[in-house]
Design a protein. Structure first.
Ligand code: AMP
Ligand code: MG
Length: 411
């Protein structure tokens, strides 16, 4: 085909994932474990429920005392105790007596059924009961849900609200998880100013560090947004040294191509632990990946905002998910149908920002989100993108009606 051999997207994705492993597991309190990946199975410490208890507000009774009870045959019995949830009392319910009991209170010895308050006159010294309870009526048995030692949660689970509730119920105050990666985000470029301030001639707002910091959060990491540094090698190198001890990974944007002031490449390419090269990809061709001398993982992305978005979804998100302990963090692609056609550069795998219509029952329909094509500087068009369409390297034109692979963005 001619030209330099470029690394394919798949090769680079594999190289990134092969270089990373889950961060060492540690114990974290339940309140800080949401979103993290469990490093080990969690077993129940106790039976769930812990003890036989009442499923209703009512009366703990001996069923034998109430055989034949009904509206026409009320039975009146003395109430010997009052048992709210949380009581430590364990009164003996002897023949011919009952205890008032609330939902969740432990069943007292002797009682073998619960009569709901609705089937009584709600008395407190004596109670008149107008129904015969079924055997073991309204008793929640110890261990009905889980026996002690049973697995509640499997290693590899990404913890959501439901998982935290189950762990708490099973007696765990801490969980052993792969911690969420801490990720510094640094933009490079002398032209960059903080968004909201008025750019002087030649300056532009730094959009990448916001895109990346929020993407890190959405990928389950903890971002440390440093902001923009000018294209000054000494200053950039100093900043890296200052930031790296504090984080697991650094995501850089800009300065990786062949311009005269490409500071990231100038400072990092000499490190043997860094790879730089062109990818057979559009956008996102110039990329760097590797580690600093201290082991901190570095993703060096190109500067154009659309390239940054694409590079994050295709390489950085999977990499961060690997650090976070996901067993298979590769992006999930679904089939979509192109509503309109577009061009794709030959020899490069294209990632086109797209609008997606979830066809009712039918396939997802997609079209490019930017009004003016696929320019990687078109940051405004990113706002309308629901995801990316992947077009294979050997395809140079997508036609309306063609099937394309679709990578859904975070929503
Ligand atoms: P570079 O890769 O440094 O040559 O940057 C490529 C293009 O992306 C240039 O037009 C830059 O001005 C632009 N760019 C770089 N960094 C950012 C950023 N943080 N926010 C917005 N645009 C950027
Ligand atoms: Mg630059």
């Amino acid at each position: 085909m001619g030209g330099p051999v470029k690394r394919s997207v798949a090769e680079h994705q594999r190289a990134v994932l092969a270089a990373l492993e889950p961060l060492p597991a540690r114990d974290v309190p339940l309140g800080g474990a949401g979103g993290a990946v469990l490093a080990a199975d969690v077993h129940s410490r106790t039976p769930i429920p812990l003890f036989d208890n009442s499923a209703m507000d009512g009366y703990a009774v001996r069923r034998a005392d109430l055989i034949g009870a009904g509206p026409d045959q009320p039975v009146t019995l003395p109430v010997i105790a009052d048992l709210p949830a949380g009581t430590s009392e364990r009164p003996d319910v002897g023949p011919g007596t009952v205890a008032r009991i609330m939902t969740g209170a432990p069943m007292p010895p002797g009682a073998d059924a619960v009569v709901p308050v609705e089937d009584t006159d709600a008395g407190t010294t004596t109670v008149t009961i107008t129904a015969e309870p079924a055997e073991a009526a309204h008793i929640r048995r110890a261990g009905d849900d889980l026996a002690p030692g049973e697995v509640v949660l499997r290693a590899g689970t990404r913890l959501t609200a439901r998982h935290l509730a189950a762990a708490a119920g099973a007696g765990h105050g801490t969980l052993t998880v792969h911690p969420r990666p801490r990720v510094a985000v640094i933009s490079t470029g002398t032209e960059l100013v903080e968004p909201g301030s008025t750019p002087a001639w030649g300056q532009i707002p730094d959009s990448n560090s916001y895109l990346l910091a929020q993407s890190v959060t959405e990928a389950g990491g903890t971002p440390v947004r440093i902001g923009a540094v000018p294209d000054d090698e000494a200053e950039f190198a100093r900043l890296l040294a200052e930031v790296s001890p504090d984080v697991d990974a650094i995501v850089l944007s800009g300065g990786v191509s062949v311009g005269a002031f490409d500071v990231v490449k100038a400072v990092l390419a000499p490190l043997p632990s860094m790879w730089f090269g062109p990818l057979a990809m559009q956008p996102g061709k110039p990329q760097g990946f590797g580690r600093l001398a201290d082991g901190t993982v570095v993703f060096a992305l190109p500067g154009n905002p659309v390239s940054v978005y694409v590079s994050f979804e295709v390489f950085v998100r999977p990499g961060l998910r690997r650090l976070a302990g996901d067993a298979d963090p590769r992006p999930v692609l679904v089939d979509g149908v192109a509503e309109v056609g577009w061009r794709s550069p030959p020899g490069r795998e294209q990632y086109m920002p797209i609008v997606m219509d979830d066809g009712a029952g039918g396939p997802v329909r997609v079209r490019p989100s930017a009004r003016r094509g696929s320019g990687s500087h078109l940051v405004g068009g990113l706002a309308g993108a629901d995801g990316l369409a992947r077009v294979a390297a050997d395809v140079d034109e997508v036609r309306a009606g063609d099937t394309v692979a679709v990578l859904r963005g975070a929503s």
